[in-house]
Write a protein that binds this ligand. Sequence first.
Ligand code: ADP
Ligand code: MG
Length: 719
Amino acid sequence: MPRRSSTAAAPAPDSGTQPDAKAATKKAAASKTSTTRSKLAKLGLQRDIDLVLHLPLRYEDETQVLTIAEAVARAGIGEPAQVEGVVTSNEVAFRPRRQLVVRVADDSGELVLRFLNFYGSQVKQMAEGVRLRVRGEVRGGFFGAEMVHPTVKPVADDTPLPDRLTPVYPSTAGVPQAYLRKAILSTLDKVPLPETLPQSILHGELAQLRLTPLASCVRLLHQPPPEVDEAALSERTHPAWLRIKFDELLAQQLSLKRAQAARRERNAPPMPPVADGVLARFMQTLPFALTGAQQRVWAEIRADLTSPPPMHRLLQGDVGSGKTIVAALAACHAIDAGYQAALMAPTEILAEQHYRKLSAWLEPLGVRIAWLSGSLKAKDKREAVARVESGEAQLVIGTHALIQDAVTFARLGLSVVDEQHRFGVAQRLALRAKMAGEGQETAPPWTPHQLMMSATPIPRTLAMTYYADLDVSVIDELPPGRTPVVTRLVSDARRPEVIERVQVAAGQGRQIYWVCPLIEESEALQLQTAVDTFETLANTLSGLRVGLVHGRLSPGDKAAVMEAFTRNEIQVLVATTVIEVGVDVPNASLMVIEHAERFGLAQLHQLRGRVGRGSAESVCVLLYQTPLSPTARLRLQTMRETTDGFEIARRDLDIRGPGEFLGARQSGDALLRFADLQHDAWLVEYAARAAQHMLQSFPEAVEAHLHRWLGGREHYLKA
Ligand code: ADP
Ligand code: MG
């Protein structure tokens, strides 16, 4: 049996000779220096309990040593191996580039260790005759078996092997594993983890989960005993992980439910209905009859506006379902009560369009509207800001960034945020603080009503977690007279036919969007592609006016192009994804999306939503380049098969998992570190029930649990 198994009690495992690790470990041993502390703080590890709850990402098995021959025989299987041997040679070679080449040997064979980056201290540490414990992946190199950049540790003949798996912690550069391990292990003994869950709940509604005490779970995860089920640990299905995930979800539920209760305590501006105000007159002049769904959600919103707690409602409706008019109704209601309303959009194009639409609807009724756009001249902007601050302007429309930065409201009673999923947690917090008048000298004695609108449906589990403090209204019906968009998948090889089709469609009086491919690596390249496409189409299509809109245009130029397209002065609009959200030109009934395989499902759905808004039958052509990856194929098939946003979102969740729904901007603040909403969704319901019970009957347990899990991060959950 060439394998050496573990002997006596292991020393604290050490990740070896990474130079920075070594230095940092020394430093840390001398004293907990402030630099390392601040590095730990960067990882969010301020308190002892944070360290204790900083759980391993995975484990390394350093409990066994293979012979070099055994390790070489396993070369290429992609798993690290640990061997022990004596250094037989050590040289710095210069071909093809400067590198350190160390040979180690045991009775069974020889292995090359190759270091492309190395320090002088490493050369010395691996001097001839030194015994090394080496861990890395063996590859069949040019000169025989080798390990590139293995972890190495000088050992004596009888240095014992660890008897436990070595934890690998989430870290950032600058906080070496060795340091983290020591810091965590030493803290583990200091921090008792008394049970925060009341026994009656543990043995009541949670009995089925058979939760084990947190203290033992934490200990097990940091220092798995030799006999542990390794697969269950790495797949995070081990009962210890179950407990951790449950506690984390519970903290989230507690925090959300408390935020909700706190909001219900605050007062919004009172907005009793007015019999003959702007709203009543607008209702009489509506450009169309509201759909049943629009009437229903409007009734829900109206009820919120007329009751004391501030509204905190998400209006969800598929692209084209008619959310804007509902926002306009809400604004009228606030204005009638003597308050200001703000309507914010994530892009200039969308804000501009809202401004045009709402001006047309409401200015004839005497509503005073301020327009805040990045393209305004300084003087006009100052004027607009002054009108908002004096309270003269009743409705303020603009991009969210601009409104947030430039303005103090005289009497803000309602804020409407369109396409709210485009904003990240931090942005939403800033906005909320701003809208509530925080930091203002004379903060208003009320919290404004908030209406958020989104076309991106939220899967149920997310609604229960991230959005638990949100009431949701859904428009589940499209306005009448729409013909569903027909989607065709066309290989890029048939592009000339597509151009031909554009020519014909334009000849029949239709308008066309031509969307340029997404080039994630380079905005400049994407722009170039758009410009090239524009030129090609302008030269190929005879008798048609072709326009171009992209993100680099000044806001004024962008608005001018969109305006011309709206008035049908331009028939074909070549665009980058700046037109993705909200743009509404009902006469446009053909959309061509180039390189459709590069777009995500949510984005394709948003883009396609720009057509099918009028009565003409609309077509969306998804041009794709072969070969298609399996997921790209699935996405395109989904687009061909359905136009239902909820169904698309559901399939998207299947294809990609929930991270995408939160948006990259939000997942950065990973609020859930351990639970995973796709696999652990079933636990959320238990957590929600337990949270309810605890809030009702065990306020001290609530405090203890939140303190343990959230510390100072609780505010993030309120966004
Ligand atoms: P979204 O929900 O995507 O924001 P919009 O509010 O832009 O949708 O509405 C899409 C189009 O449908 C607009 O042209 C709008 O004027 C029109 N519309 C909205 N409601 C109705 C309705 N009840 N009947 C007819 N057309 C409507
Ligand atoms: Mg919209």
